[in-house]
Design a protein around this ligand. Structure first.
Ligand SMILES: NC(=O)c1ccc[n+]([C@@H]2O[C@H](COP(=O)([O-])OP(=O)(O)OC[C@H]3O[C@@H](n4cnc5c(N)ncnc54)[C@H](O)[C@@H]3O)[C@@H](O)[C@H]2O)c1
Length: 279
């Protein structure tokens, strides 16, 4: 029996990047998937990939700015597949960028609506459906930018930090209903969100993302899909209210010393008093 057999999942932002990789992973592990996105063509491609992986999937067009469309997405899981066990609130973008004094309130509001309000609405409509199913797993995509300053633009960072604490807050309320609520904090993942916004595209983004954390490769959407599949599964039965960091070591700290940096520790393996060390 596959790990996600008999589970029904909604994934937003599933036309691309992390959402697509997760949809295909879920389908290959036995789940039926509602592939939800604003991008119809990309969404249909994901559905086709899910089917090639041997799974069941349907496309649902959703703009996560719309409460009615988020509700319709949850309803689609129930109408097509009979229930809802998992929702992955993952749709996103970089949103408002640039200096704080030049950020417009309109761009701020739009960013927060997509990255935070939509997560709230996904939770709001998933909870009753999951209670009906006897429990479930709510997963949302936060970010290392929600844990640290400087890893994303201002509005993005604020929204992702809020997703982390919303996750904890809701987890406390619905644990008694056997509903688990977790989020994932990806590090630098080389998806279109990154490489379509970087001059030079995929290769340049890849080189940059290789250099910023302990494990010297860019993150892949599959790295996050693996964590999402774990959180969706019964293997994670006792895990709730967490922010799972999947970042190749980014939040462990900056890579300052060693063979990837010009600052080498002295030979001999010991640094004496500073006055003796003077070069
Ligand atoms: N790529 C990274 O390095 C990284 C790091 C941390 C967190 N994240 C988060 O991961 C999530 C997925 O991003 P990704 O990297 O796969 O990017 P992506 O651009 O490849 O995928 C994002 C998807 O969200 C969809 N989307 C955007 N706005 C939407 C809306 N209003 N309604 C419905 N769908 C919408 C897009 O069409 C796209 O298919 C986002 O929440 C992002 O903030 C990404």
């Amino acid at each position: 029996m596959a790990r996600l057999d008999d589970k029904v999942a909604v994934i937003t932002g599933a036309a691309s990047g992390i959402g697509r990789a997760t949809a295909v992973r879920f389908a290959s592990e036995g789940a039926a998937v509602v592939v939800a996105d604003l991008n119809g063509q990309g969404g249909e491609e994901t559905v086709a990939e899910c089917k090639r992986a041997g799974g069941r999937a349907v496309f649902q067009k959703v703009d996560v700015l719309s409460e009615a469309e988020i509700k319709a997405t949850v309803d689609r899981a129930v109408s097509d597949f009979g229930k809802l066990n998992v929702i992955f609130n993952n749709a996103g973008l970089a949103g408002a960028v640039g200096r704080i004094e030049e950020t417009t309130a309109e761009n701020w509001d739009r960013t927060l609506a997509i990255l935070l309000r939509a997560v709230f609405l996904g939770m709001k409509y998933a909870v009753p459906a999951m209670r009906q199913a006897g429990g479930g797993s709510i997963i949302s995509t936060a970010s290392i930018a929600g844990l640290r300053g400087g890893a994303g633009p201002h509005a993005y960072s604020a929204a992702k930090a809020a997703v982390i604490n919303l996750t904890r807050s809701v987890a406390l309320e619905v644990g008694k209903d056997r509903i688990r609520v977790n989020c994932i904090c990806p590090g630098g993942i080389n998806t279109p969100l990154i490489y379509n916004n970087v001059p030079g595209g995929f290769e340049v983004a890849d080189q940059f993302l290789k250099s910023i954390q302990a494990i010297p490769r860019a993150g892949a959407a599959a790295d996050i899909a693996a964590m999402a599949a774990f959180l969706a599964s019964d293997d994670a039965e006792w895990i709730t209210g967490t922010a799972m960091v999947v970042d190749g070591g980014f939040t462990a700290g900056p890579v300052l010393f060693g063979d990837r940096n010009a600052i080498e520790p002295p030979a001999g393996g010991f640094m004496g008093p500073s006055f003796e060390q003077k070069k």
